[in-house]
Design a protein around this ligand. Structure first.
Ligand code: TYM
Length: 332
C-alpha cells in the first residue's frame, strides 16, 4: 500500500472547519487505501511561544479530535512528533543542505514573522519548513494530504529529497502533495478574503470543531456575504457566499452546481439555515465523541505510546541510513 503522511500543529484547544474540510476529511478517506501516518506536530507548535501545560493539553485535545473525526489508531499510525526522536535528528541533517535564500522564500515564515516582528521571530520558525520536510521524508511518504497553504513546503520537501538523493545516493521517496482543489482553502466567515485560521482576529469568523452547536449555528447565520442577494458561485465577486456554498457542497457530498440550483431562487438566509444544520449534523457527533475521549486522558496517552513505537521503527531506520550516507561513524 502507498505511504501517506500528514500532521497538524496542536496549537489551539480546537481544530477548525478549515482543518477538517481541508485535511481531516481526506485523511479519513485515504487511510482506507494507504499505509497512513498522522501526527501531532508539537515540535512545530513551539516555533511560536506556547504555555507548557496548555501545549500538553492541546496535544491530547487534537488527538481526540483526530480520532473522533474518524482516524482509526489501530489502522493508521497516530503519534506525537516529539515522541519520535528521528524527526529532530533528520531536521538537523536537512538544515545543512538547505540554502539560506531558499528558506527565506517560504511565504508562511514571512507571514508569521511579520506578525511577530522580524526580530522577535525564532530561528525555529525560520527552519520550520525543513523540520516538516524531515517529517515527510522519514516515512518515505508517497503522498501528503494538506491544504493549499502547505503546497510550498511540499515543494521544498521534494527539492531537498532530490538534492540529498543526488548528493548521497537514492535514499528518499520524493513525495507528491495531495491537495483537493475544492476544499484546499476554506475562508474566514467574517473576513472571507483570508483563510480560516487558528490565529484569526475575530472568533466569529472561525468554526471550531469543539464549539457548542448553538454557537456554530449563530456564526454561520452571521457570516459576511454581500448585498446583491443572488445565490451564485463566484469566489472573486462573492467570496463570502461562495465559501458557504463550498462548505455546504463538501459536507453534503454534493456538487457546487446542485447546491446553487437548489437555493438559487431563495435568499441567503435559507442557504445559511440549511448550512448551519448540515455543519451541526456533521460536527455535533465529532464534538461529542472528542469530549468523551478526553474523559480518559490516560487511555489517549497509552494509544499514542503504542503508535509512537510503530512510528519509531520506520523513522529510526531512515535516520540510520541517512547517518551512514552522510558519513557519520557508526557506534561500535
Ligand atoms: P496546520 O496545523 O496549520 O494545519 C493543519 C492542516 O489544515 C490545513 N488547513 C486548511 N485547509 C483548508 N482551509 C483552511 N482555511 C485551512 N487551514 C489549515 C492545512 O493545510 C494543513 O493541512 N505545517 C503543517 C503541519 C505539518 C505537516 C507536516 C503537514 C508539520 N509537518 C508534514 C504535513 C506533513 C501545518 O502548519 O498545519
Amino acid at each position: 500500500r502507498p505511504r501517506l503522511l500528514s500532521g497538524m500543529q496542536p496549537s489551539a484547544d480546537s481544530l477548525h472547519l478549515g482543518n477538517y474540510v481541508g485535511a481531516l476529511l481526506s485523511w479519513k478517506a485515504l487511510q482506507e487505501t494507504h499505509d497512513a501516518f498522522f501526527f501531532l506536530a508539537d515540535l512545530h507548535a513551539i516555533t511560536v511561544p506556547q504555555d507548557p501545560a496548555v501545549l500538553r493539553e492541546n496535544t491530547r485535545r487534537t488527538t481526540a479530535q483526530y480520532i473522533a473525526a474518524g482516524i482509526d489508531p489501530s489502522r493508521s499510525t497516530l503519534f506525537v512528533q516529539s515522541q519520535v526522536p528521528a524527526h529532530a535528528e533528520l531536521a538537523w541533517v536537512l538544515n545543512t543542505i538547505t540554502g539560506m535564500g531558499e528558506a527565506s522564500r517560504m511565504t508562511q515564515f514571512k507571514d508569521k514573522a511579520a506578525k511577530q516582528g522580524q526580530d522577535a521571530a525564532s530561528v525555529g520558525l525560520f527552519t520550520y519548513p525543513i523540520l516538516q520536510a524531515g517529517d515527510i521524508l522519514l516515512y518515505q511518504a508517497n503522498q501528503v494530504p494538506v491544504g493549499e497553504d502547505q503546497r510550498q513546503h511540499i515543494e521544498l520537501t521534494r527539492d531537498l529529497a532530490n538534492r540529498f538523493n543526488s548528493r548521497f545516493g537514492q535514499t528518499f521517496t520524493v513525495p507528491e502533495p495531495y491537495i483537493v482543489k475544492d476544499t484546499a482553502k476554506i475562508y474566514d466567515l467574517q473576513n472571507p478574503e483570508s483563510k480560516m485560521s487558528k490565529s484569526a482576529s475575530s472568533a466569529a469568523g472561525v468554526i471550531w470543531l469543539l464549539d457548542d452547536p448553538a454557537v456554530t449555528a449563530k456564526k454561520i447565520m452571521r457570516a459576511v456575504t454581500d448585498n446583491d442577494g443572488e445565490v451564485r458561485y463566484d469566489p472573486a465577486a462573492k467570496p463570502g457566499l461562495s465559501n458557504l456554498i463550498t462548505i455546504f457542497a463538501v459536507l453534503t457530498g454534493r456538487t457546487v452546481d446542485s447546491v446553487v440550483d437548489e437555493f438559487a431562487g431563495g435568499g441567503y438566509g435559507t442557504l445559511k439555515k440549511a448550512l448551519a444544520e448540515a455543519v451541526v449534523a456533521e460536527l455535533g457527533p465529532i464534538r461529542q465523541r472528542a469530549l468523551e475521549l478526553l474523559d480518559d486522558p490516560a487511555e489517549l496517552d497509552r494509544l499514542l505510546g503504542i503508535n509512537a513505537d510503530r512510528a519509531n521503527e520506520v523513522a529510526s531506520a531512515t535516520v540510520a541510513t541517512v547517518y551512514d550516507r552522510v558519513g557519520f561513524l557508526p557506534r561500535a
